[in-house]
Design a protein around this ligand. Structure first.
Ligand code: SAH
Length: 251
């Protein structure tokens, strides 16, 4: 059985990790470890920096600060298939939920898309990146998905690499079930806003050769449900649910 990441505390650190390094933890990390998790000096942490893989480190608590002494490398950084989720911003509580689940499902890039019916055009990208970091720590990833600034759908389509399929999750109109439409390689899934795509957007999307309309079943899903369903289908068919490298050690 593949080794799943243990339940130990895992932290993302924004500096390069290597065995022997002494990592100064942030105030927020100090508070989380000492006050919230009530850990003591000697506790083993899982650290990752998003570049060098996963490491084990020993916690050293001082009165008002903490360091982690890196003792061994526990996980190498696997080359990840690219899985991009393009999604229209939705109401914030559901939005955080969508971003957290997408991170757990292995998305490698999150692209907020401004569409005709998107509610509001402000996206708190800093908050998104916090949500992504916390979800990556929780689920044992050793790299962080990239989070882009919001961009208009038209601009994204203009700059699209035509070699990459864009799976348009379409709740209406003839669309292939995702499992019959997917092509190997990089995946990109587009989910519309609560109000769906406008007729003009929909017609433009369907006219593009790299757009593959896909269905997620006969029911109208909420955007966050559609995102989770589409990413799960992709991972099961083309992604990393096929086989877990047995090097998935403890991070
Ligand atoms: N237009 C819908 C609401 C949109 S749901 C309505 O009439 O109420 C938000 C987004 O989720 C849609 O734009 C689509 O991208 C996706 N979605 C929802 N249900 C889907 C389905 N059954 N198949 C594919 N995509 C779906």
């Amino acid at each position: 059985m593949p080794e799943f990441p243990s339940s130990r505390t895992r932290l993302y650190v924004d500096q390069p990790l290597a065995v022997g390094e002494v990592i100064a933890l942030t105030e927020a990390q100090f508070h989380q470890l000492k006050t919230v998790q009530r850990l003591a000096t000697g506790a083993i942490l899982g650290l990752f920096d998003g570049v060098n893989g996963g490491f084990l480190a020993e916690l050293r608590l001082e009165k008002k600060s903490a360091v982690a002494v890196v003792t061994s490398q526990s996980q190498i950084l696997e080359p990840l298939g690219e899985l991009t989720l393009l999604f229209a911003p939705i109401k914030s509580a559901r939005f955080d939920f969508l971003v957290e689940k997408a991170t757990e499902l292995g998305v490698t890039r999150l692209r907020p898309v401004l569409t005709d019916r998107t509610q509001g055009d402000r996206v708190n990208v800093r908050r998104l990146r916090e949500t992504v970091r916390e979800a990556a720590e929780q689920c044992g990833r050793v790299e962080l998905p990239r989070v882009d600034e919001p961009e208009k759908l038209v601009r994204i389509l203009e700059g699209w690499n035509q070699a990459d399929a864009l799976y348009l999750c379409a709740e209406a109109g003839a669309a292939l079930p995702l499992h019959r439409a997917s092509k190997p390689g990089r995946g990109a899934v587009l989910i519309g806003p609560e109000g769906g795509f406008s007729p003009v957007e929909f017609a433009r999307l369907r006219s593009l050769p790299f757009v593959v309309p896909v269905s997620l079943g006969p029911r109208i899903l909420r955007a966050e449900t559609a995102a989770i369903a589409a990413l799960a289908c992709w991972q099961a068919i083309e992604g990393d649910w096929q086989s877990r490298p047995d090097t998935q050690g403890e991070a």
